[in-house]
Design a protein around this ligand. Structure first.
Ligand code: ARG
Length: 430
């Protein structure tokens, strides 16, 4: 028989329990330390409003700290038959301390308890993503500077278009990450608010000091309205999913570029053999599996926000058990995000660029606009110069002078690396 907090005589059948708990116990383990941290703040507050004596507070604090140590040491387990992390912690305290263990839940519901756990967890996760992105950003910025003089064909419609450079290419992904970081900053602000005290979603008749728990837990602000606090379940997850989706879209494009650039038909970049994969039949293959898997994972991450939206739509305000499933959608997506960001750094630390790409005659037409502009500078109206060069191309007479002099801000010759670094600083300063 399951040991549920709410058992008043008749427990749910095992199949009901198995169906409703599902994978939640495993996911709750990730929330364990945050659950205890939330409880530590809650009991301090309970003592301050007279619902616990100072002796009880001391005992409960020691009990919770012991559990925290077990969590950190990896010896904590969520026992079979115990419904969730919230129940396990209360059960352990009661087993070890007797009846005072049963007092920690005054003025609280598992609904606000799980809310606070998830917000504390997401706050850490979002910061971890930020730090991983910063490592990738710094690497891209340095690659951009290192290869600023190496030219690369630029494409529109997948057709040879105008000269680009590895400086532009690497730097572009760095700046895109700065844009994405603004989204992550937004998600952080949504997540960094204290829902504790909203209880089941409608507050409590106890005079809970919600500002005190906000301070103790280091939240930047509160979810004030208790109904809004409950409604933040799903909203916080969606904000985080949206932000990691932004990074995923950027990484997905980088991965797609790398797959193409590694193709022998392009040969723009290379990675050491150990970072490529082989074929079981074709002995010559050096496949870009890492980038392909990354491209696919990024698509999986991108689907997360949509899946969350679908789970949460058509639910009235207030708690519904459906919300439990948010964990199983977002937690794996966060894991994928961490591994993709780390892998992108690992790969790019070993990238080799081809310095002679533009020597091939197929890239001559990259320079048509350069030629038009040269004629404009010597006095010809743009449209006339455009036509002249166009006719030379059509008649096979076009001679490319493979020289590029782009000097304006953000162009090949002026990458604005410092300005981009300042942008990222603004976006990541939280
Ligand atoms: N596992 C539950 C969840 O994640 C905890 C909250 C349970 N609340 C309830 N009223 N049954 O949503």
């Amino acid at each position: 028989m399951a040991q549920t907090l709410w058992n008043k005589g008749k427990a749910a059948t095992e199949v009901v329990e198995e169906f409703t708990v599902g994978n939640d116990r495993v996911l709750d383990l990730r929330l364990a330390k945050y659950d205890v941290t939330g409880s530590l703040a809650h009991i301090k507050m309970l003592e301050s409003i007279g619902l616990l004596s100072s002796e009880e507070l001391a005992l409960l604090t020691a009990g919770l700290e012991e559990i925290l140590k077990e969590i950190e040491a990896g010896t904590f387990v969520l026992e079979d038959g115990v419904e969730d992390i919230h129940s396990e912690v209360e059960l352990l305290l009661t087993r070890r301390l007797g009846d005072i263990g049963k007092k920690i839940h005054s003025g609280r519901s598992r609904n606000d308890q799980v809310l606070v756990d998830v917000k504390l967890f997401l706050r850490d996760e979002v910061k971890k993503v930020r730090d991983e992105v910063m490592a990738l950003f710094e690497l891209l910025q340095s690659l951009s500077e290192k290869y600023k003089d190496v030219l690369l064909p630029g494409y529109t419609h997948t057709q040879v278009a105008m000269p680009s450079s590895f400086g532009l290419w690497f730097g572009a992904y760095a700046e895109a990450l700065a844009d994405d970081m603004f989204m992550l900053a937004g998600a952080f602000n949504v997540v960094d608010q204290n829902p504790l005290g909203s209880a089941a979603g409608y507050g409590s008749s106890f005079p809970l000091d919600r500002e005190m728990t906000t301070r103790l837990l280091g939240f930047g602000d509160l979810d004030y309205n208790v109904v809004a606090a409950q409604m933040s379940r799903g909203r916080s997850e969606k904000a985080v999913a949206s932000a990691i989706g932004a990074f995923a879209l950027t990484l997905n494009k980088l991965a797609a570029d790398c797959c193409l650039y590694m193709s022998p038909n392009f040969g723009f970049i290379k990675f050491p053999d150990e970072l490529t994969t082989g074929s079981s039949i074709m002995p010559h293959k050096k496949n870009p599996d890492v980038w392909e898997i990354m491209r696919g994972h990024c698509n999986q991450i991108l689907s997360t926000e949509n899946t969350i939206s679908l789970l949460c739509s058509n639910l009235q305000h207030g708690y519904h058990r459906d919300l439990q499933l948010l964990k199983d959608i977002l937690f794996p997506a966060l894991e994928l995000m961490h591994s993709c960001l780390k892998m992108a750094v690992y790969m790019l630390e070993h990238v080799e660029v081809n310095r002679t790409i533009l020597d091939a005659p197929i890239y001559d037409y990259l320079f048509t606009v350069e030629e038009v502009n040269r004629r404009v500078l010597s006095g010809k109206p743009f449209r006339d110069a455009y036509k002249e060069v166009g006719i030379e191309v059509n008649e096979g007479r076009f001679k490319a002078e493979k020289k590029v002099e782009h000097t304006h801000l953000g162009s090949i010759g002026c990458l604005a690396t410092e300005q981009i670094a300042r942008k990222m600083k603004r976006a990541s300063n939280w």
